[in-house]
Design a protein around this ligand. Structure first.
Ligand code: ZN
Length: 165
């Protein structure tokens, strides 16, 4: 069992990771010659994000970038997403999106979610554990989910998601 003190340490570590991605976002910008592009808005907070994706011959995400304006959580979540889903199929990206949604909404421990996702996706979701800190701030859940939902609508637009079975 964790002590209170340890929980505090983990929360401040999560906060540091989010602030770091918020300040120095990875993969910011627009991919020229992208395969799909989607824009998302979260009017509640004023967050806006544009996601562009380039697919490879096997219809995996070869590259993705985001261009956004918004709160630190929306930018951090977008930045972390661009690192976490590279190389995945649309179906796998959807599993990641659902896992992030669970991370942000519930008090489910990240460890449990990592275990459920298995060997391939588990380690990827582990890198996103910091987003579970958002579950303490229900108003921010939409901020964290925005880039992921935008990625889903981007991939849906190509018809790639129809491979989901
Ligand atoms: Zn926001």
């Amino acid at each position: 069992m964790r002590t209170m003190e340890k929980d505090q340490d983990i929360l401040s570590l999560y906060q540091e990771i989010i602030l770091d991605h918020g300040k120095s976002p990875r993969n910011a910008g627009i991919i020229e010659g992208h395969d799909c592009r989607s824009e998302g808005k979260n009017p509640l907070c004023g967050d806006r994000v544009t996601v562009t994706v380039a697919l490879d011959d096997e219809v995996r995400i070869a590259d993705l970038k985001f261009d956004g304006k918004g709160c630190a959580i929306s930018i951090a979540s977008a930045s972390m997403m661009t690192e976490a889903v590279k190389g995945l199929t649309a179906r796998e990206a959807r599993m990641m999106t659902e896992a992030v949604n669970t991370l942000c909404r519930e008090a489910t421990s990240p460890d449990q979610i990592v275990k459920e996702l298995g060997d391939e996706l588990g380690p990827r979701i582990e890198q996103l554990s910091a987003l579970s800190g958002v579950s303490q701030f229900p108003a921010r859940v939409k901020c964290a989910n925005l880039p992921w939902h935008t990625l889903m609508s981007c991939l849906d637009g190509t018809g790639v998601v129809s491979t989901e079975g």
